[in-house]
Design a binder for this molecule. Structure first.
Ligand code: MG
Length: 282
């Protein structure tokens, strides 16, 4: 089951994504759908409305307005840790015995096909990060690692757009990661029951068609079970919580010389069995 939020005739709805159509589902928004009892969701899927051709709808981010900041993992693939240290050892080097958690502010997520804001004048060294994002399905508190899979609603693709100079100038990453237009997400949420746990999915990115990142999501340094077990040991994770699990090697700062983004660039982030998120920098 693949789920989307979309606009049709100016109205925002949620629906079931099929090969070339969307079938409406009777929920107010994606958060309401995620919170609904599973039996209610299954009944709604069985009774989904008439198919709308994909060409007649505009996809939005699957959760266009997250209720809380996105929880992010920093430096969570070994090869990305190495490229980050080469780029700026003072900012990214050193031993890391525990995961880096940070928060990404997102008032409104950027839709698939939407625009990444370049913030000219404020931002230098604009960069992309293709990531697997986990969507929590039910209230998670003190969840054992062995039970984490039961708390996951599904997965989506998230581009953790980053302003490298702001990120490294300020001691914390909040400003450099949380600007408006910095969180493209989508194109859909693939339900957890369609993806084995832990997910081992091809993840890649391209800029203007040029391959940049190419890895698999089973190479996380801290895996999803341990992330959610640790966070939920002291932090209640509500349904609809989004956790971005980190990015593999091949981001712009990883190249010598670096390949940062500029207006007009087209960034595509893809994950197997979820889809491709395609955004243009403006
Ligand atoms: Mg990231």
């Amino acid at each position: 089951m693949k789920l989307v939020t979309y606009l049709h005739d100016g109205r925002e709805s949620v629906g079931l994504l099929e090969a070339d159509s969307v079938r409406p589902l009777p929920f107010a928004d994606m958060n309401a759908l995620i919170e609904a009892p599973r039996a209610q969701l299954e009944a709604a899927v069985q009774a989904a409305g008439a198919a709308l051709p994909l060409s007649t709808v505009t996809l939005l981010a699957p959760i266009p307005r997250p209720r809380q900041d996105v929880i992010c993992l920093g430096i969570n693939y070994r090869a990305h840790a190495d490229e980050s240290t080469r780029y700026d050892a003072a900012a990214f080097g050193g031993e890391r015995p525990v995961p880096i958690y940070f928060s990404k502010r997102v008032s409104e997520a950027v839709p698939p096909q939407g625009y990444i804001e370049s913030h000219l004048g404020l931002v230098e060294r604009l960069d992309y990060e293709a990531e697997l994002a986990v969507i929590i399905g039910r209230t998670a508190r003190n969840v054992a690692a062995a039970d984490v899979a039961d708390y996951i609603f599904g997965y989506t693709v998230l581009n953790d757009v980053s302003a490298r100079l702001l990120q490294t100038t300020h001691k914390q990453w909040y400003f450099g990661k949380g600007l408006d237009g910095f969180t493209p997400m989508g194109p859909c949420i693939t339900a957890a029951d369609e993806i084995s746990f832990p997910p081992a999915l091809a993840i890649s990115s391209r800029v203007n068609g040029e391959p940049r990142q190419d890895s698999t999501t089973d190479l996380l340094i801290t895996g999803i079970a341990d992330i959610i077990a640790e966070l939920s040991s002291g932090m209640t994770l509500l349904p609809g919580t989004i956790i971005a699990t980190g990015t593999p090697a091949g981001v712009g700062m990883g190249f010598d010389p670096p390949k940062f983004l500029k207006p007009g660039d087209v960034v595509e982030c893809s994950i197997e069995n979820i889809g491709t998120l395609r955004n243009t920098v403006r």
